[in-house]
Design a protein around this ligand. Structure first.
Ligand code: ATP
Ligand code: MG
Length: 140
């Protein structure tokens, strides 16, 4: 297995309910290391750029409004097979379909307010990390 880095966001529904530590515990329990982390408010423009692949989807406006509705915690996670592993730790997009003991099954409120984001491939992981972190903010 290759050591990879992936990009994570603890979304506003989770920060609002004081779940940063609970979600970080699930991340670390899975063997992923949090090597970069900051709590920020993202701008509308950052949210639109970040989710631009979904620009034509009916939920895009709602998604952007949600992502700017409160603080988020942006993270860089590192570990064996980190991209796929973190997708497993998060569970399916819709919490009703997520496996037991995943972040979304345990914590998400709905398919939109689903507590966590994780990159879906190596190219998007690199791009997303670069959107939010300077090199000296990542300490592996
Ligand atoms: P993410 O990219 O946030 O990790 P994902 O890869 O599981 O999630 P995507 O299909 O990329 O799912 O959707 C991006 C985000 O858009 C979802 O996490 C969710 O917040 C929102 N979303 C997706 N589908 C819907 C929907 N049908 N209704 C409302 N919001 C949705
Ligand atoms: Mg996605």
């Amino acid at each position: 297995m290759a050591i990879e880095r992936t990009f994570s966001i603890i979304k506003p529904d989770a920060t609002a309910r004081n779940l940063t530590g609970a979600i970080n515990a699930m991340i670390e329990q899975a063997g992923l290391r949090i090597i970069g982390q900051k709590r920020v408010r993202i701008t509308r423009q950052q949210a639109e750029t970040f989710y631009s692949v979904h620009r034509e989807r009916p939920f895009f406006k709602e998604l952007v409004e949600f992502m700017i509705s409160g603080p988020v915690v942006v993270q860089v996670l590192e570990g064996d097979n980190a991209i796929a592993k973190y997708r497993d730790v998060m569970g399916a997009t819709d919490p009703a379909k997520a496996a037991a003991n995943t972040i979304r099954k345990v914590h998400a409120k709905s398919i939109g307010e689903n507590s966590a984001h994780g990159s879906d491939a190596p190219d998007t992981a690199a791009k997303e990390i670069a959107q939010f972190f300077a090199g000296n903010e990542i300490v592996g």
